[in-house]
Design a protein around this ligand. Structure first.
Ligand code: C2E
Ligand code: MG
Ligand code: MG
Ligand code: MG
Length: 293
């Protein structure tokens, strides 16, 4: 099962490789050591405004740089981290690296308005989450708006958990962005979206594929985008793989896009150069990414 996961990529890998060669407890120890050794860190994927083409945010996506297996994507190891009770630790590490990156971009004069971090249901159910985030923001001297919290649609669909509700509402009031991830794949109701103070929906990749040539996809996207506009939700579409899809989304009025057509997730060290190239590209061809009117 050979797959590519981003620039500088990556050989075939499946979690079966790890599982056949090691038992569960040694896997748990291995993942715990990897966390503490700094082998699990975020890569970053740009999000751009369809109006201006400029970078509106960077999403932090966990990667395990494994000594034998190379770069392992999160779907292959996050469940192990959950099972080992280490998801809080992963969250702290990703947040730390995300804020370190923001500080470095700020110092270099590169404008990255917000960094988006994925939070699991377990983390969101921790009563200490908001204090932890506030403490980290203070330590890095960052305004709350510099953090966007990504929450899976299904976390708010099924949650009867008061702590989750309180945490998300508190983060929204603090000024953090709240993005509803993989929107359209779960069961969030409009009333849940309201109750949780969601600010933006991240429309799932499944709605994007071939949207420039497939009329049904277009109609579905148009319906979602109209709904979002009417209830004052901002919109971002993820998994935009072609220039045609990007152009269609701009035409349909989607606010932001993210996907391989713009950039694959990349290691922090590659972000400065990518941003400089992107800035030059925007300056040279200002019509790229502009909304067709
Ligand atoms: P997600 O948050 O929905 O992230 C989008 C996924 O789609 C990422 O996969 C990204 O690399 C991939 N992607 C981006 N653009 C494209 C595209 O144009 N085409 C296609 N086919 N894929 C694209 P990735 O990095 O493997 O992450 C998978 C999931 O793992 C994420 O889905 C997120 O739910 C979870 N995850 C990642 N990092 C973390 C983390 O630090 N903490 C937690 N709790 N979950 C994380
Ligand atoms: Mg996400
Ligand atoms: Mg998503
Ligand atoms: Mg996803």
């Amino acid at each position: 099962e050979a797959r590519r996961h981003g620039a500088g990529s990556i050989r075939a890998f499946s979690s079966a490789t790890l599982q056949t060669t090691r038992d569960r407890s040694s896997l748990s120890i291995e993942v715990s050591e990897a966390l503490e050794n700094g082998d699990i860190i975020p890569w970053f994927q740009p999000q751009v405004s369809t109006d201006t083409g400029t970078v509106s945010g960077m999403e932090a996506l966990a990667r395990w740089n494994h000594p034998e297996h190379g770069i392992i994507p999160p779907d292959e190891f996050i469940y192990m981290i959950e099972e080992s009770g280490l998801i809080e630790r992963l969250g702290e590490i990703i947040l730390y690296h995300a804020f370190t990156a923001l500080q470095a971009w700020d110092k270099a004069g590169i404008d990255v308005p917000t960094v988006a971090v994925n939070f699991s249901a377990t983390e969101l159910a921790n009563p200490a989450l908001v204090d932890k985030i506030r403490w980290e923001l203070d330590r890095f001297e960052l305004a709350p708006s510099r953090l966007t919290v990504e929450i899976l649609e299904n976390v708010i669909s099924y949650s009867e958990n008061d702590t989750i509700t309180r945490n998300i509402t508190a983060l929204s009031q603090l000024g953090c962005g709240i993005d509803l991830d993989d929107f359209g794949t779960g069961h969030a109701s409009i009333s849940n979206i309201r109750r949780f103070a969601v600010k933006r929906i991240k429309i799932d990749r499944s709605y994007v594929t071939r949207c420039d040539i497939d009329r049904e996809q277009q109609d579905m996207l148009a319906a979602i985008l109209t709904m979002a506009e009417r209830i004052n939700l901002e919109t971002l579409t993820e998994g935009v793989e072609t220039v045609g899809e990007h152009a269609m989304l701009a035409q349909l009025g989607c606010g932001h896009v993210q996907g391989f057509s713009i950039a694959h997730p990349m290691a922090f060290d590659l972000t400065m150069e990518w941003m400089e190239n992107h800035r030059q590209k925007m300056a040279q061809t200002p019509q790229i990414g502009r909304k067709a009117s």
